[in-house]
Design a protein around this ligand. Structure first.
Ligand SMILES: Cc1cc2nc3c(=O)[nH]c(=O)nc-3n(C[C@H](O)[C@H](O)[C@H](O)COP(=O)(O)O)c2cc1C
Length: 184
């Protein structure tokens, strides 16, 4: 399967990237093809909400930035991994902007025309607070609802809290992440 990881954090080697790489290593070991897109710093502008992409015969989004290429990769993927540090109980901005721009793809249509139906989706998230106190259910709810709405299969959340113990000293969390990747 083709796995596309949309990474929204600012730190290319931070906690979230470390957890994500474990997932991707596990997936590669299981024979999957992986691609990680580091969204922070890319020219991905916020959705304007202009609805031009929904007009009859619209040719996608009117904004000419890096997003059309990202959307092509999203369309071609069998699995989408959404990877983000928790920022104020929410997605980091670059990932939020990217998900908003999914609006330019067909999503509320018959499965055979949908850009999302049949894909698998997973959330990889780190937070400061331990995962039983981090409010992860809010972020999970967003992705579960997105999956229900678009016809994607929810594959669950891989998560770790990082304030008390550095992620590098959490072998259990890293092993769980690798296993989750292998199980995609
Ligand atoms: C702007 C900002 C907002 C944050 N909001 C939260 C939060 O709401 N809950 C939480 O548990 N941790 C929060 N954190 C902590 C980060 O989620 C945590 O340190 C994370 O592991 C950082 O990942 P990174 O190393 O990939 O950047 C926040 C950090 C920043 C910088």
């Amino acid at each position: 399967m083709k796995i596309c990881a949309l990474f929204g954090g600012p730190h290319k080697k931070g906690n979230t990237a470390t957890l994500l790489e474990e997932v991707l290593d596990g997936a590669r070991e299981a024979g999957h093809e992986t691609l990680r897109i580091d969204l922070a710093g890319m020219d991905i502008r916020p959705c304007k909400g202009c609805m031009a992409c929904k007009k009859p015969k619209a040719a996608g989004c009117v904004q000419k930035d890096a997003m059309p290429e990202v959307l092509d990769t999203v369309r071609a993927a069998d699995v989408l991994i959404f990877a983000t540090p928790m920022y104020w109980w929410n997605l980091a901005g670059p990932l939020k902007n990217t998900v908003d721009r999914f609006f330019a793809l067909p999503f509320n249509v018959a499965a055979e025309e949908s850009a999302f139906a049949g894909k698998k989706a997973m959330l990889v998230m780190t937070s400061g607070q331990p995962s039983d106190r981090d409010g992860r259910e809010g972020l999970e709810m967003i992705f579960k609802k997105m999956c229900t709405f678009t016809g994607m299969q929810w594959m669950g959340t891989v998560t770790a809290g990082t304030n008390d113990i550095p992620l590098s000293q959490q072998p259990e969390a890293l092993r769980t992440a690798r296993d989750a990747g292998a199980g995609l």
